[in-house]
Design a protein around this ligand. Structure first.
Ligand code: AMP
Ligand code: FE
Ligand code: FE
Ligand code: ZN
Length: 285
């Protein structure tokens, strides 16, 4: 079994890249993709640790997508890139731009929280984030440290979700740019957790077909927060449209304590090795 969707301390996971690989090895996974948000900084350490532990580490990344096409439902679109050249300059430049925007957004969130009566130190948030990709989970940690909330879930529920006083939008790439960026770097683009699009049936199919027009190669049908029915619908759609089926847990360590590496929620994620073989074939094509 493998896991093709995981986060480390390079973005908003709580385990270092090496520790994610160690955990995967302890669980007897044969391959692991590290898919941090807007950064590939965790990959060198993960690849080196994979060699030590005899487990294949697949280069990955997760991008937020600015989605305002005709089907836009208020849901979220994320894209996963796999098997790209991690030193591709076009990709690295764009990821660096996204991280700069994330840093500015975190500063705006600090100002908004201050106006709402909660004082946080931006420097402390940067420390928690560890210098790479800053996200709301790091602000949530700072809110816990400041005693304003007692859990990550409460931080999002009271302050950081859309409509709450500390919410700020994030700058994101368009679907066309994001997919082409991954492909130009030699990689394969997969629609992450399509359930968060909040589309079904014909509307979902239209949206996926639009993405295929830009070069989308697969759907992440298997994911911790998809229902069994969603997994079935997504697998059927992938088969109908000739897309690859992929899967992963979306492991974030203690930032999402109910999600286990390799197995998701109550073993609802089981991804066979054949998924990676098919991805690799597609990358070489
Ligand atoms: P950002 O990329 O800064 O917008 O933050 C999004 C990240 O926050 C997601 O990748 C999740 O890791 C996390 N997240 C979003 N909503 C919640 C929530 N309700 N509880 C815990 N973590 C969340
Ligand atoms: Fe995350
Ligand atoms: Fe995501
Ligand atoms: Zn993710």
């Amino acid at each position: 079994m493998i896991d093709l969707h995981t986060h480390s301390t390079a973005s908003d996971g709580t385990l270092a890249p090496e520790a994610v690989v160690d955990l995967a090895a302890a669980q007897k996974l044969t391959a692991l993709a590290l898919t941090d948000h807007d950064t590939v900084a965790g990959l060198p350490a993960a690849l080196a640790q994979g060699k030590k532990r005899g487990l294949e580490v697949v280069p990955g990344v997760e991008l937020g997508i600015q989605w305002d096409g005709p089907e836009a439902s208020g849901g979220q679109m994320h894209l996963l890139g796999y098997l790209f050249r991690a030193d591709d300059s076009g990709l690295c430049d764009r990821l660096s731009w996204l991280r700069d925007r994330r840093r500015e957004r975190a500063q705006r969130i600090v100002e908004k929280l201050k106006a709402a009566g909660v004082e946080l130190s931006f420097g402390r948030i940067q420390e928690i984030a560890g210098g790479e990709s800053i996200g709301r989970p790091h602000v949530a940690q700072a809110l816990i440290e400041a005693g304003a909330v007692s859990s990550i879930g409460e931080a999002f529920g009271r302050f950081l979700s859309p409509g709450r006083p500390g919410y700020e939008d994030k700058d994101e790439l368009t679907p066309a740019e994001a997919i082409q960026l991954i492909r130009t770097a030699g990689g394969v683009a997969v629609l992450a957790h399509p359930g968060t699009l909040k589309l079904k049936g014909a509307a979902l199919e239209r949206c996926v077909k639009e993405l295929m027009g830009y070069g989308l190669a697969g759907l992440e049908a298997i994911w911790s927060s998809h229902s069994a029915e969603q997994v079935r619908e997504l697998k059927a759609l992938a088969e109908k449209l000739g897309l690859l089926i992929t899967g992963g847990s979306d492991f974030h360590g203690e930032n999402k304590p109910d999600i286990q590496l390799g197995t998701g929620r109550k073993n609802n994620v089981q991804v066979p090795d054949s998924v990676l073989a098919a991805l690799r074939q597609r990358a070489q094509a």
